[in-house]
Design a protein around this ligand. Sequence first.
Ligand code: FAD
Length: 392
Amino acid sequence: MVILGGGIAGLWTLARLTADGFSALLVEPHALGHGQTIASQGIIHGGVKYTLGGEKAKAASLLAPMPAIWRAALAGGDVDLRGAAVLSEHQHLVSTPGLITRLTSIVAAAAVRSPAHRLTGENRPPPLCDGPSGADVFAMPEQVLDAASLLRAFRVRYEPRLLAAEGPHAVEIDPDGPAVHISANSRRLRVSAGALVLAAGEGNTALLAQAGVAQSDSAAQRRPLHMVMLRGDLPPLYAHWVAAASDKPRLTLTTARDRAGRAIWYLGGDLAETGVGRSREEQIRAARDELREIMPWFELPAAHWATLPIDRVEGRNANGRRPDMPTVRRFGRIIACWPTKLAFAPAAAAEVRRALDAAGVTPTNGPPPDVADWSRPGVAEPPWDREDLTWT
Ligand code: FAD
C-alpha cells in the first residue's frame, strides 16, 4: 500500500492500515503536515459547533464519536498517539449579548451527544471570568491539540514507513499501476502497490490527473481563510463566540506557544472567512475590533500581529459549502481522500479501509517496505514560527 501525503489524512490512514496488517508506505514531498494540518487550530470537534444554526446538522452527529476515538489514540491505542500534546481539555462556547437563551437551548439539544457544562464565576478561564455575569460560558469536552506535537508523535511511531520525496514533482503516478515513481536521495524508485491512497490535500487534483481520472470526477473545492495571530503576554484561552443569526462562530480563538515560548492567540471562525477579501492591515484592524466587541472589559496587552491566508481543501460539495463528512472516492485501485476536518481523520481512514475492501485489496501481514536507507520527512513549522511571516 502506498499513501501519498503526510497530513492528518495520510498519517491516520497509515496508522490504521498498519494496525490492520497492511504493509504500507507513506510518501511526503515537503514535511509532515505541510499545508492545512500544521495550520489547523487543533480542535477535536464533537459537533456542537455545527448545531449553532439550530437545525440538526448531519456533521454534528457524525462528529460526535470523534473526541472519544482521539482520546483512545492519545492514551496509546491501535493508532498510538502518545506524546501528542493536549493544549486544552475543553473548547469553550461563549455567548455574546442577546444570545443567552438560544445558546442554552443549543447546548441542551446537543448534550445527548456531547455533554457540555456551564461555567460560572471564577470557574471560567481568564479573561472570561472577569466578564459580565449574564453571559453564558460552556466548557465542551473537545480537546485542543498541538498540531506540531501530534505530527511528531506520528513520526516517532511510524518512522520506518515514512519516505521523503524531493518535492511534489518527485512523486509521479504511473497510469499503468497502481504504482508510483518517486525521486528521493538523488535516486528514482518505482513502487508498485496493491492500491494507492491519495491524501495530498491540494496535491490530489494533480495526482488524479496523472492517474488519468477525469477532472469532473476528481474535483475538490477550496474554501479560503484569512487567519490572524497575535503574540504577547496573553492568557491561554480556547473559545468559540457565538454570533447572532449565524450557524458559525463569529470568532474561534485557540492559544499556542511559539518556539521561544511566547503565547500566540490564533483567531479563526467567521472573522477568517469574511476577512478573505481584506488586506493584511484591514484584517488586523477587524480582529482588534472584534476582540474589543466580544470582551469589552479586557484590555488587550501590547502585541505583535500577523495574518495567514490559507485554503481549506475538501471534496467538492454541490453548493460549495463544507461537506458534512470526509470525502473518499475510489477509482479502481486508486483511492482519493479529503477528511474535511482534522477531527474526522479516524472516519476518513475507516472509509479508506472500506474502499480497499471494495477493491478486493486485503492485508498481507508482510514486513514494512524496505526503505531503511532513504530519507525521512521532517515535521512542518507552525505558522507562527515561519520565517516568511511579517509581524507588526
Ligand atoms: P494537508 O494537511 O494539507 O496534507 C496534505 C499533505 O500532502 C501535505 O503534507 C503535502 O505536503 C502533501 N502533498 C502535497 N502534494 C503532494 C504530492 N504530489 N504527493 C505526495 N504528497 C503531497 N479541522 C479540525 O477538525 N479542527 C480545527 O481546529 C481545524 N482548524 C483549521 C484551521 C485552519 C486555518 C485550516 C486551514 C483548517 C483547519 N481544520 C480544522 C481542517 C483540517 O486542518 C483539515 O481538514 C486537515 O488538516 C486536512 O488534512 P489533509 O491530510 O487532507 O491535508
